[in-house]
Write a protein that binds this ligand. Structure first.
Ligand SMILES: Cc1cc2nc3c(=O)[nH]c(=O)nc-3n(C[C@H](O)[C@H](O)[C@H](O)COP(=O)(O)OP(=O)(O)OC[C@H]3O[C@@H](n4cnc5c(N)ncnc54)[C@H](O)[C@@H]3O)c2cc1C
Length: 716
């Protein structure tokens, strides 16, 4: 049953009694706004939780209001070294509460002086909300159950997204070899809690430890992706939910938190699917996989999909067996410790601790059975899982009304995307990285504005391997396919040319591939996925007439020519395109263009043949209807490339960013895109998509540079 926080309070266990007068003195001096003077103190204790004793302090000043706080301290008596570190709990709560949106109670003060109430402690905000001690959520409506599980997955993702460097937790633990160290640590703790004169030691637990040591996933040895802040005990009853809104308002019990392999948190949070680990007098494993999923609770895959979506982590099938077995092993070790403390009379969770010894062994048995199972998790999530209210959902909506996205890529990379990612990585490693220094040499030489012949060879190879035009979204491809295929003369379905229209990816799916291409400055263009061509092709795909597509889009799709986008002007603030001044005036069957543009990327490239120019066709029209976009053949008389501009001191040869003067440039009226006055409208689509691509490329390029492996850095 769901419980209000206040319903978990009990009279203080005599074994955990505190010196209330000393506590009052300390709190009055150290908790900002503590009621005073001489408030009445009522102390109660939280009945659940087996580790650090946790109390509710209710302070009421005479004639004033009542305020509640939570105190958490180390248990009394002899405790295992490094366990029960309330100082660390305080540190992590303070950092998260001050700098992130991870929901945690606010902390007020830390007392490390054991003389005050017998052990170190800290005082934090009391959160009135709901705790669900039973993961089956008995008595909760199915729709609420679903929301509760999804909120749990999102909260875990929020913890895992935290940038520990940015919030001062970079030294909170070592990131690498987390599982390896954890297996050793929990084995040691198990040995310390069992054996002669203590509860009996279970041989299967030692066998399990050996298996885990032999099967630590390779990824564990690195401090790379997938490592960061780990809660360490992320389960339902360490979450406080909003009283009415089915969302987590506080993650509590950070005792085991550290930095490390975050997949351990994920598997641990999934244990209700595997085993019922609540302390009770039962003998079977329980777990939804054995007993059936209660109505409304999402399938394991669905829960994991939400987590993966919100944390942007890949589907965890590869090492799922290890992570679940490890979680059970660690749970068993913790319970063995709880049981040992109970036998010594100082477990903080009361009488229920007497079941802990048996549950520890049940967890070990369950882990051994799990390891021996052939299938533990699908290789990929089933299609069709919808992630509601995901921040990424906007991308999905773009397709509505044109092509159904049902059964297309969701927020966990599909098998198709993972396959393309792998192929891209291999291609870049095999062909692009080895050529980078050659490309740079040319780009630094006096022949800097020419193209290295190997670039075109690699483009042909990439095309052959199907790593081509991956940026094209499903819906844009559909329109062009219709226009270009209709007469069968240009790109025929089923032929090798079909790949000119991309791999049928959604924007989100493409994002996963952008991330890979961004690892080399040269990669995007080799896969024909470089700006500004991507944005320009997108404009032609969506708005080009059949003739415009034939003349310019097809050679762009084929990678035979390149293009530029001329919008920004030196004399006006161009971040607001309503300011631009370049004129496009109609004279009979021609438009005449006059203006000056700069930062036209790609216009220095000898392969650049076409520009999309943004100018004004009507200076008197409403503000956003004055602009038009028009195709300009770069070789039209009057187009004068003035100079390449520098970006942070680089001219980015042979691509370049050009300043261009357009002087009485005459282009046919058929070159207008979508119609006069539609330029601003087109720009909304072009810029959104183009910058999405560019920023993903740049973001990842930055990360490679930081790692010291970017070619440009090497040549500086
Ligand atoms: C590497 C690179 C490649 C580029 N490639 C292209 C390209 O291919 N084609 C192209 O056309 N352009 C290109 N640009 C130019 C780019 O689009 C512009 O630099 C950008 O749009 C900003 O315009 P601006 O430089 O005129 O700055 P401004 O518009 O002068 O803005 C300067 C700053 O003032 C702020 N600002 C401006 N007006 C206001 C206001 N009213 N209120 C509050 N803040 C304001 C802006 O947000 C910005 O922070 C490129 C730029 C770079 C760096």
């Amino acid at each position: 049953m769901a419980k209000l926080t206040s319903e978990l309070l009990r009279p203080v266990d005599p074994a955990h009694a505190l010196d209330e007068a000393a506590l009052l003195r300390y709190a009055a001096a150290n908790v900002p706004g503590f009621p005073g003077p001489a408030p009445a103190l009522a102390l109660t204790q939280f009945g659940h939780g087996q580790s650090n004793p946790t109390y509710c302090i209710q302070a009421s000043a005479p004639g004033g209001g009542i305020r509640r706080y939570v105190l958490r301290k180390k248990p009394p008596g002899v405790i295992l070294q490094s366990a029960h570190a309330v100082e660390r709990e305080y540190q992590v709560l303070k950092a998260l509460g001050s700098h992130t949106d991870v929901p945690v109670p606010k902390v007020y003060c830390l007392c490390t002086d054991a003389n005050v109430i017998g052990t170190p402690f800290y005082i934090m905000e009391y959160m009135e909300g709901i705790i669900y001690p039973d993961s089956m959520l008995p008595g909760v409506a199915p729709s609420k159950r679903r929301a509760i599980y999804f909120s749990t997955a999102k909260t875990l993702a929020a913890i895992h997204r935290v940038d520990v460097n940015a919030i001062g937790l970079q030294k909170y633990g070592r990131r690498d070899n987390y599982c390896k160290r954890q297996v050793e640590r929990w084995e040691k703790q198990y040995l310390a809690s069992t054996g002669e004169g203590k509860p009996a030691r279970y041989q299967r637990m030692l066998d399990l430890a050996r298996w885990l040591k032999e099967n630590v996933p390779e990824e564990d040895s690195s401090a790379g992706a997938g490592t960061g802040l780990v809660h360490g005990d992320f389960r339902a009853d360490n979450l406080v939910f909003h009283p009415t809104e089915d969302r987590v308002i506080g993650v509590i019990d950070w005792e085991l938190s550290t930095l490390g392999n975050q997949m351990c948190d994920v598997a641990y949070s999934c244990l209700p699917y595997i085993i019922d680990a609540t302390l009770s007098e039962r003998t079977s494993y329980g777990g939804f996989q054995h007993t059936g999923i209660p109505d409304g609770i999402p399938q394991l895959e669905e829960y994991l999909s939400v987590y993966c979506s919100f944390s942007a982590r890949p589907w965890p099938a590869a090492n799922w067996k290890f992570y679940v077995a490890f979680s059970l092993f660690r749970g068993a070790s913790i319970y063995a410790g709880v049981y040992h403390r109970w036998t010594m009379g100082n477990a903080s969770g009361g009488e229920r601790a007497k079941f802990a010894g048996r549950i520890a062994n049940t967890m070990v048995d369950c882990a051994c059975d799990f390891i021996n199972r052939e299938h533990v998790l699908q290789k990929q999530p089933s299609m069709g899982f919808q992630v509601s209210a995901a921040p990424w959902q906007e991308f999905g909506r773009e397709q509505e009304g044109s092509i159904s996205t049902k059964d297309q890529g969701k927020f966990v990379p599909s098998e198709k995307v993972m396959h393309l990612r792998k192929k891209l990585m291999k291609f870049i490693e095999d062909h692009i990285y080895p050529m980078e220094s050659e490309f740079y040499k040319l780009a630094q030489s006096t022949s800097r504005w020419t193209i290295h012949p190997e670039e075109e060879t690699l483009k042909a190879l990439a095309k052959k391997e199907g790593l081509w035009n991956l940026f094209i979204p499903l819906d844009s491809a559909a329109r062009a396919r219709k226009l270009l295929f209709e007469d069968g003369s240009l790109v025929s379905p089923g032929s090798s040319n079909d790949l000119l229209l991309g791999a049928g990816l959604t924007n989100l799916e493409y994002g996963y591939l952008c991330e890979i291409m961004g690892r080399s400055v040269w990669a995007p263009q080799i896969f024909n996925c470089a700006a500004p061509d991507t944005g320009n092709m997108e404009v032609l795909l969506r708005y080009g007439t059949k003739e415009q597509q034939k003349q310019w889009l097809v050679p762009l799709l084929e990678g035979k020519i390149r293009s530029g986008f001329a919008m920004t002007e030196p004399q006006v603030a161009s971040s607001d395109a309503t300011n631009i001044e370049c004129s496009i005036s109609r004279q009979g069957d021609f438009y005449v263009i006059n203006g000056r543009k700069w930062w036209t990327s790609g216009a220095m490239d000898p392969r650049c043949k076409i520009l999309i120019l943004m100018g004004k066709t009507d200076f008197s029209a409403p503000k956003h209807k004055q602009q038009s976009m028009i195709l300009v053949d770069i070789n039209t008389p009057g187009v004068q490339i003035k100079r390449p501009l520098l970006v942070f001191g680089f001219d980015d040869a042979p691509h370049g960013h050009a300043e261009i003067v357009f002087e009485n440039v005459r282009v046919p009226v058929t070159n207008i895109l979508l119609g006069e006055g539609r330029g601003f409208e087109i720009a909304q689509v072009r810029e959104a998509r183009s910058w999405k691509t560019t920023s993903l490329h740049e973001a990842n390029r930055g990360s490679r540079t930081r790692n010291g492996s970017d070619g440009r850095e090497g040549l500086k």
